[in-house]
Write a protein that binds this ligand. Structure first.
Ligand code: SAM
Ligand code: DTB
Ligand code: SF4
Length: 336
């Protein structure tokens, strides 16, 4: 009789059955690789079609010149990265890009802006973009920075499905990566997004020189959000010359895959997105990420300012692996 793979029983606190401790997540991350992947596959198949991957296309609707100092970001005004500043795009140009993304097979369109947060006048224009992109039959997502009172409601009224706002890293490391805001500011915006009834897309970045314990702390923090996010992007740092984090030692690809698996196990119904970093990732590593429960990618030759695999390359990879693009799942998509 074949021996069943060992199920990893993480160290959960007794009084808080839904809670994840950092040690519990770290024990997942440290498990024998095959056991971890086996468990992640089981969880994945309980909640999702095994071979479907959602395709999201990103567009930078306002580029560069950001006043924040995020140590990873090529769009911060204070770093000299060669990114050209571009003002907020016109509604027409954004809708044209969304139409092209839909034509290429994307089901979600995500609009990103290099702001600390949107000014009211800009928000009204973004709301118009959301309205028109939604009317094309695409799911809509926006990432605009911190929101003020009432702004999340305006985006909801325009038809925004998801708001992306990442916790980025272990709370204990946050101050080393970003000094112009605190992680608590992020939590405030996430609360506003939730209260407005918009789905939360919230994840982080790995490969910033953090330890496995730091990665466990990030995953535990995300999984303990109540409720946990509907969509969890796991970004591998894209190193851009001129940013403080350029030159950070590369993360071992197996550690990246382990982080995806831990996100899948701790947030079973979330869309786990294999996000930034695919341009320099082997097909084999990407396949392991899908095996570990990733079921969403950014699709199209550019992320916001940095390269992403061209659509043909992804189509070939999907053919090799027998993967299919996920259809839009209707109202409530992402909640599993
Ligand atoms: N300015 C807004 C904000 O920070 O929330 C929205 C745009 S910002 C570029 C969106 C996310 O992109 C960040 O939270 C971060 O997680 C991710 N990101 C930025 N630069 C990155 C890089 N070089 N590598 C990986 N992810 C990155
Ligand atoms: C997310 O978590 N990753 C995307 C999206 N949300 C907005 C952004 C990745 C940006 C990578 C660096 C760049 O292209 O500028
Ligand atoms: Fe600005 Fe967002 Fe980049 Fe930070 S991640 S510098 S807030 S664009």
């Amino acid at each position: 009789m074949p021996v069943a793979a060992q199920t990893i029983v993480p160290n959960r606190p007794a009084v808080q059955p839904a809670g994840w401790t950092v040690a519990g997540v770290e024990s997942l991350l440290s498990a024998p690789f095959s056991d971890l992947i086996y468990q992640a596959q089981q969880v994945h198949r309980q909640h999702f079609a095994a071979n479907e991957v959602q395709l999201s296309t990103l567009l930078s609707i306002k580029t560069g010149g950001c006043p924040e100092d995020c140590g990873y970001c090529p769009q911060a005004a204070r770093y000299h990265t060669g990114v050209e500043n571009e003002a907020l795009m016109s509604v027409e140009a954004v809708v044209d890009a969304a139409r092209a993304a839909k034509h290429n097979g994307a089901s979600r369109f995500c609009m990103g802006a290099a702001w600390r947060g949107p000014k009211q006048r800009d928000l009204e224009k973004v709301a118009e973009m959301v309205r028109e992109v939604k009317a094309l039959g695409l799911e809509t997502c926006a990432t605009l920075g911190m929101l003020k009172e009432g702004q999340a409601e305006q985006l909801k009224d325009a038809g925004l499905d998801y708001y992306n706002h990442n916790l980025d890293t272990d709370p204990a490391l946050y101050g080393e990566i970003i000094t112009t805001r605190e992680q608590g500011d992020r939590l405030d915006t996430l609360q506003k997004v939730r209260t407005a009834g918009i789905h939360v897309c919230c994840g982080g970045i790995v490969g910033m020189g953090e330890t496995r314990t730091n990665r466990a702390a990030l995953i535990a923090e995300l999984a303990n959000l109540d409720p946990y996010p509907e969509s969890v992007p796991i970004n591998n740092l894209v190193q851009v010359q001129g940013t403080p984090l350029h030159g950070t030692p590369e993360l071992d690809p197996f550690e990246f895959v382990r982080t995806i698996a831990a996100a899948r196990i701790t947030m079973p119904r979330a869309m786990v997105r294999l996000s930034a970093g695919r341009e320099n990732m082997s097909e084999e590593t990407q396949a392991l990420c899908f095996l570990a429960g990733a079921n969403s990618i950014f699709y199209g030759e550019k992320l916001l300012t940095t390269p992403n695999p061209v659509a043909d390359r992804d189509r070939m990879l999907f053919d090799k692996l027998g993967l299919k693009p996920m259809e839009i799942r209707g109202e409530g998509a992402g909640t599993g």
